[in-house]
Ligand binder design. Structure first.
Ligand code: NAD
Ligand code: ZN
Length: 363
């Protein structure tokens, strides 16, 4: 039996390489025994993950598969409409159950489709990317994009349970893996110095450390989210690295000759915001240096021309998390602790971008 590590907002999160057995047990419980079973996948999780799921479930023969194209471009209302129609045509009713087998796109989209079909049917998440295991698995947010506005439409609604099978990560590409790892580093920096030491020294090439990392990251995100379920304030701790990171992510989207994954942008944002934390918020110089060398070693350095600073600042000013036109930051007060709702003026943000630009040359 895998361990249920947590109750997050009333649902269990199971983790370990035995979790498929627990899922199998759950599906044979009286409340689900009669339920028609649907599974949402994309082409990658259909080939890498669905065979593992099917091999473990006594009811595999009953699974009705819904497949979408992989990628953020599928998180839209047209794909929802197709899925609502398909569910109806395949005989789904209020007691049917949707299994979301995939990364954050499948979890967000499938969760939204399930939450709205016939006023809501139950869903279970089986996240298959590191980002979705450590981040999207907690917090109860489901939704879709509205044209270029990310996560603009959605609701808070929790899955019945989450099953995390770390071995799914074996087929994930290195860039996707590092994108999720950026959120892991964030969790350590904002909340837990000893976890930071673990993450900093872990041999991430060794698959065995991932179960521990996923469990610790979920514990931290869960503590923060449980204290602030509807984003009244404390959840902003999770925004560390994201004020600058989101602007960089959007900038690269606009200039799509180069693509940047979310976590790659957040890694840049974390280093620049660590610098702001050093100037404004007591982060000791030695800790900034530790963060700098670790982030550059693990994530590399992305050249960002000075002439884009102006556009980055415009993008930051339009961020929906700002209040009264001030740029809002979560800043570290030391490794393992942070303060929310800190502000920084434009000149300091420019200085932080310059610090990032020159960080590679520092020793
Ligand atoms: N709800 C939340 O709290 C929350 C939190 C963080 C992110 N998100 C959302 O999650 C999305 C990003 O998630 P993501 O990075 O998981 O993206 P994703 O779902 O697009 O997955 C990334 C890629 O990996 C592939 N893939 C998935 N599992 C695989 C596996 N085991 N082996 C090989 N390939 C695999 C997918 O097909 C896709 O091509 C964004 O839309 C973001 O808004 C939501
Ligand atoms: Zn993020």
């Amino acid at each position: 039996m895998a361990k249920s590590i947590l109750k997050s907002n009333g649902y269990d999160i199971f983790i370990g390489n035995n979790v498929m057995h627990d899922l199998d047990l759950l599906l044979s419980k009286p409340e689900y025994k009669q339920a028609r079973l649907f599974v949402l996948v994309d082409e990658n999780t259909a080939s890498h993950c669905l065979p593992v799921l099917s091999a473990s479930l006594a009811r595999a023969g009953e699974l009705q598969v819904l497949e979408i194209e992989s990628g953020e471009a599928s998180k839209n209302i047209e794909v929802c409409t197709r899925l609502w129609k398909a569910l109806g045509e395949m005989g789904a009713d209020r007691s049917s159950l949707l299994l979301n087998l995939g990364g954050g796109v499948i979890g967000d989209l499938g969760g939204f489709v399930a939450s709205t079909f016939k006023r809501g049917i139950p869903f279970i998440n089986v996240p298959t990317t590191l980002l979705s295991q450590v981040d999207a698995s907690v917090g109860g947010k489901v939704g879709i994009d509205l044209e270029h506005l990310k996560n603009e439409i959605g609701v808070f609604n929790s899955p019945r349970a989450v099953f995390i099978y770390p071995d799914f990560l074996k087929t994930l590409g290195r860039r996707e893996m590092m994108s999720g790892f950026a959120e892991v580093v964030k969790h350590a920096l904002i909340a837990d110095r000893s976890y930071w030491e673990f993450v900093r020294t872990a041999n991430i090439a060794d698959g065995a450390v991932w179960e521990e990392i996923i469990e610790q990251s979920i514990r931290i995100k869960n503590e923060i989210v449980s204290a602030d379920p509807f984003e009244a304030g404390g959840r902003k701790a999770l925004n560390f690295g994201h004020t600058i990171g989101h602007a960089i992510e959007s900038y690269f989207l606009e200039n799509s000759s180069r693509s940047l994954l979310h976590g790659e942008a957040v890694a840049i944002g974390m280093l620049a915001e660590a610098y702001i934390s050093f100037i404004k918020n007591k982060l000791p110089a030695g800790e900034l240096e530790l963060i700098r060398s670790f982030i550059l070693e693990r994530f590399g350095h992305m050249p960002i021309d000075p002439f884009v600073d102006h556009r980055l600042l415009e993008l930051m000013k339009h961020d929906k998390k700002n209040v009264k036109g001030q740029l809002n930051f979560t800043l570290l007060s030391g490794i393992g602790s942070c303060e929310v709702n800190r502000t920084a003026d434009v000149s300091l943000v420019k200085e932080a971008l310059k610090y990032y630009r020159e960080a590679k040359a520092l020793c």
